[in-house]
Ligand binder design. Structure first.
Ligand code: SF4
Length: 430
C-alpha cells in the first residue's frame, strides 16, 4: 500500500472493528475545515491511549490524487461485502494537547458522544498517530503506577480503621469502580488525593462530568452527602503528614462546586493545618465567589485552580452557563488568590478552533496580565465536538493553531508555567 507522507484514514465497522482505508488519507478538523496534518504535527499514540468509533459520524478522508475530501458513506471490504463505516478518533493519555478534532460528517439522528477529548488519528506503517503535542510528562500519572492489587489491602485496612467514615466509603468506590487515580493515591498514601464535599453547583457546564441529563454521557457520580470535618481530617490529616509530595485537593469531578461548601472547607483547612503544616492544600473550583475564595485563603489554602473554557465572556457563558456569577467574578477570584500569596492556576479547557482564535489569545493575555496567574493547565475539553461548536457564538476570529498559540503564550509570558497536572508550588515545604 502506497502511504506517502500522510497517514492513512482509519474507520470502523458497525461493531467498532477498526480498519484502514485502502487509499484515503487522514485529515483533521481544525474547528473550521478538514486539513491534512504532516507527520511533524502528529505523535505516535502513547501507551494507554484509547481509540473510539463515533456512531452516526461518517469518516472524511483526503483523496490525494484528486485533491478532494471524501465522505465515506460505504466501503467494500474483502470477504465481508459493503459496510457503512464510522469515523474513528483517539483519546491520548494525559499530558498531551490535542491540536485537531476528528474529521467527520455527523448525521442528524446520531447519538451524543460521551465526555472524552476526541482527537484526529490515522495510521502509518509503524502504528497509529494522533494530532497532538506533549505539554507535560509526569510519571506520577502513569497508569502503571496504579495497580489495584496494591490498593485493595489498603482499602480494607482503612475501612477497618474508620468503619463509620462515609467519605472513605465514597472514595473507595471512586478508586476501585471509577478508577480515579487521585482517589487511588489516597489509599496508596502518596501525591495528590481528592476531597469531594459539594452536592450542588452554581453553573451548568455543557461538559460537566457529574451532571448530565443523559445518564450515558455522565462519567462521574456526584457525592450525595456532606462529609463532616472529622471525616475529612481523619483521612487527609495523615495524608498531609506522611505521604510523599502530598496534595489534598478540594473540588473533583465527582462533586458540584466546592465554593458552595466554603464554610465546611474553611473549617476543614484550619483543622488540617492544626495537625501539620506539611504538604499542599488545593482548591479546584469554577472561581465564582471572590469573597469565599478570600476566606479560604485566610483559612490556609496553598493553591487554587480555576477551570475556564474561554477568556471571552460570550464563549465563557456558552459553555459554563453560570447561574449567579460572571467571568468578572472569576477574574476577581484569581486576583484575590494571587494577592493573598496563594499559588494560582487556570485549568484552561482548550478546544481546536476556539482556543486558538486570535481574539481568544488576546483576551487570555489580558486575563493573565490582570490576574498574575502562576500556572496554566492546557486541558483538552472533553465533550462531543459538534455539541460544543453548535453552542458557541457565530462571530469568530482567525485561527493561529494550538501549537503556535502555546508558543506565543510562552513568549509573551516567560514567567508563567504551562502543564497538565496539579503542581507542588516551587519552594513549598513538603
Ligand atoms: S462548575 Fe464543575 S460541577 Fe459545576 S457544572 Fe461546571 S463542571 Fe459541573
Amino acid at each position: 500500500m502506497e502511504r506517502g507522507d500522510l497517514p492513512n484514514l482509519l474507520l470502523a465497522d458497525e461493531k467498532g472493528i477498526i480498519l484502514e482505508h485502502p487509499y484515503l488519507k487522514m485529515v483533521g478538523f481544525n474547528g473550521r475545515e478538514s486539513v491534512p496534518i504532516p507527520r511533524e504535527g502528529l505523535v505516535k499514540l502513547p501507551p494507554f491511549s484509547k481509540l473510539f468509533y463515533l456512531p452516526g459520524v461518517r469518516p472524511v478522508g483526503l483523496d490525494q490524487e484528486r485533491g478532494t475530501l471524501e465522505v465515506v458513506e460505504e466501503l467494500y471490504v474483502k470477504g465481508r461485502g459493503k459496510i457503512r463505516p464510522y469515523a474513528v478518533a483517539a483519546f491520548l493519555s494525559p499530558g498531551y494537547v490535542r491540536t485537531h478534532l476528528p474529521a467527520g460528517h455527523p448525521e442528524a439522528d446520531r447519538p451524543l458522544l460521551p465526555l472524552w477529548a476526541y482527537t484526529a488519528a490515522g495510521a502509518y506503517e509503524d502504528g497509529i498517530y494522533g494530532a497532538a503535542f506533549l505539554v507535560e510528562k509526569n510519571p506520577k500519572w502513569d497508569p502503571r503506577n496504579y495497580d489495584d492489587r496494591d490498593i485493595l489491602p489498603r482499602v480494607k485496612e482503612l475501612k477497618r480503621r474508620y468503619p463509620q467514615n462515609r467519605l472513605l466509603k465514597h472514595l473507595s468506590h471512586c478508586a476501585l469502580s471509577n478508577h480515579c487515580f487521585a482517589a487511588k493515591n489516597l489509599f496508596l498514601g502518596r501525591w495528590e488525593a481528592p476531597v469531594p464535599t459539594s452536592r450542588v453547583c452554581n453553573a451548568k457546564c455543557l461538559g460537566c462530568l457529574s451532571d448530565q441529563e443523559d445518564e450515558r454521557i455522565r462519567s462521574h457520580d456526584r457525592i450525595r452527602f456532606r462529609p463532616s470535618v472529622g471525616e475529612i481530617v481523619s483521612l487527609f490529616g495523615p495524608h498531609l503528614t506522611y505521604a510523599p509530595e502530598p496534595i489534598v485537593s478540594f473540588g473533583q469531578g465527582c462533586e458540584g462546586e466546592p465554593l458552595t461548601e466554603y464554610l465546611l472547607i474553611g473549617e476543614a483547612i484550619e483543622a488540617l493545618r492544626s495537625t501539620t503544616d506539611r504538604g499542599v492544600i488545593n482548591l479546584n473550583t469554577n472561581g465564582s465567589w471572590p469573597e469565599r475564595i478570600k476566606s479560604l485563603c485566610e483559612a490556609g489554602l496553598d493553591s487554587l485552580r480555576v477551570s475556564l473554557s474561554s477568556a471571552r465572556e460570550p464563549f465563557f457563558n456558552a459553555y459554563h452557563r453560570p447561574l449567579n456569577y460572571t467571568l468578572k467574578d472569576v477574574v476577581e477570584g484569581l486576583k484575590v488568590a494571587k494577592t493573598s500569596g496563594v499559588f494560582s492556576m487556570i485549568n484552561y479547557l482548550i478546544f481546536p478552533g476556539v482556543t486558538d482564535e486570535r481574539d481568544e489569545f488576546e483576551a487570555l493575555s489580558l486575563l493573565i496580565e490582570e490576574t498574575g496567574v502562576d500556572f496554566i493547565h492546557l486541558k483538552n475539553l472533553c465533550i462531543d465536538p459538534w455539541v460544543y461548536l453548535g453552542a458557541l457564538p457565530s462571530e469568530r476570529s482567525p485561527l493561529m493553531g494550538l501549537k503556535r498559540f502555546h508558543e506565543a503564550l510562552k513568549e509573551r509570558f516567560p514567567h508563567v508555567n504551562f502543564g497538565y497536572f496539579n503542581q507542588v508550588p516551587k519552594g513549598m515545604a513538603l
